[in-house]
Design a protein around this ligand. Structure first.
Ligand code: CA
Ligand code: CA
Ligand code: CA
Ligand code: CA
Length: 198
């Protein structure tokens, strides 16, 4: 095999391995109540810390159906997570009742480990920084490179129930953490890999 073909193949392989990691994760691949803790979706692994427990077991990351009518029929009485059109969103379960998903009032840190270096991420949230007296920056999205924080986006406080916000970060990092002081849901994660060398 000549050198040009070898290079072409290796570039193609690199492109393929990189492009598989660019993704919009919207949690439509599962069902409400599915446990997402330590699950990998499109190359990104979701985990949670500092979320407390149900009185027994650690609170799990689960899916919640946000296509419910505000003030009427959301599971677990969580009408403040209604966001018509968003379908499944990710929450920290209050009580690990997977038949009646309900987000936790106690918050926690939802980590997304991309497994590769990325350059930008957008995280859409619902009901984060609601009317519970939280201030700007109490909730935030932080980016980490090899374990060190490199950037932070402060999510606004005092925005009311059902508010939707987008946290955006760019730079070079391999994981992000969504820090929640209280209740709220993660609607989507959109991330881009490092670009190929010219
Ligand atoms: Ca709630
Ligand atoms: Ca969704
Ligand atoms: Ca709740
Ligand atoms: Ca709320």
């Amino acid at each position: 095999m000549n050198k040009a073909i070898t290079q072409l193949i290796s570039i193609s392989a690199l492109f393929a391995s990189v492009s598989t990691h660019a993704a919009l994760i919207d949690f439509e691949g599962g069902m409400p109540g599915d446990i997402i803790t330590n699950t990998t979706i499109d190359g990104a692994t979701f985990s949670v810390t500092n979320q407390g427990n149900t009185g027994g077991d650690a609170r799990e990351l689960i899916l919640f159906n946000s296509d419910c009518t505000q003030n009427v029929d959301c599971t677990g009485g969580d009408n403040d997570l209604a966001l018509i059109g968003a379908g499944n969103i990710l929450i920290i379960s209050q009580d690990n009742n997977f038949n009646n998903p309900n987000d936790s009032f106690a918050g926690g840190d939802i980590a997304v480990d991309f497994g590769v270096n990325i350059t930008q991420v957008s995280v859409v949230t619902v009901d984060v920084g609601d009317s519970r007296g939280l201030n700007d920056g109490d909730n935030f999205l932080a980016a980490f490179f090899q374990g060190s924080e490199v950037a932070r986006f402060d999510i606004l406080g005092g925005q009311g129930d059902n508010n939707v916000q987008t946290a955006f970060l760019s730079g070079l990092f391999d994981s992000v953490v969504l820090h929640l002081e209280g209740s709220g849901g993660l609607v989507s994660v959109n991330f881009a890999p490092v670009s190929l060398p010219a």
